[in-house]
Design a protein around this ligand. Sequence first.
Ligand code: PRP
Length: 213
Amino acid sequence: MRYITVALAKGRLAKKAMALFTKAGFPCEEMEDPDTRKLIFENKEAGMRFFLAKAPDVPTYVEYGAADIGIVGEDTIAEEGRKLYEVLDLGFGKCKMCIAGLPKSREVLDNGSLIRVATKYPNIAKDYFYNKRHQTVEIIKLNGSIELAPIVGLSEVICDIVETGTTLRENGLVVFEEVLPLSARMVVNETSMKMEKSRINEIIDKLTANLQN
Ligand code: PRP
C-alpha cells in the first residue's frame, strides 16, 4: 500500500492536529518522542507518514505532491496562493488577520493617505488594500514581531494575526479593521484527491467525526 504523507506546520497547530489524528484512529507514536531528530514519522499499519515543516513550506509540499495532505493555517494558505484543495476547517487555531496601529493612525488610514503597512503577509495585505479597499499603500515585509513597526515609526499600520489581542493591548495598539477569519485547515494535493480518493475521504470523514464543535 502506498503511504499517505501528511505535512504539518510546526508548532502549536501540529500538536493539536496530531491529537486529532490520534483520536480519529491515525496515531503516530514515534512522533511523540521530544528528543528525536528524525524528520519523518510512520504509522505502518495505517499506511501513513507524517512530517513537520515551516508553515509557509506546507502548501509547497502539497502542491508538488511531496505530501498528499497538509495541515496549516488559513493565513499561510491565503498568503502562499498555491494550487491545492482546501477540504476541511479543523476549528482550532482560531484567530483573525487584522489591520492595526496606534490610535492616532486611524485618520491616515481612513483618509486614504499613502501609508506604510508592515506585515509578514505581503500578498494578503496587497489583496486587501488594492482589491478590497482600493487604496495604494507601501507594503513593508517583516519576519516577526510586527507590532514593533508602528511603535518605532517604521509603518503607520500593520497587517497581522490577532489571537487574544494581548500583544496589541500591551503595546498600546488597536484593531482598525478585520481582514480575514483564520483557523487551521486540511489541504490536499489535487492529484492525490483523485488517485487516493477513498483513503483521503476516509481520513476526512474520521477527522470530521472527531472535531470539537
Ligand atoms: C503572532 C502574531 C502576533 C501575536 C498575536 O505572533 O504575529 O504577534 O501572535 O497573539 P495575541 O493576540 O494572542 O497576542 P507569533 O507569536 O506567531 O510570533 P511572531 O511575532 O514571530 O510572528
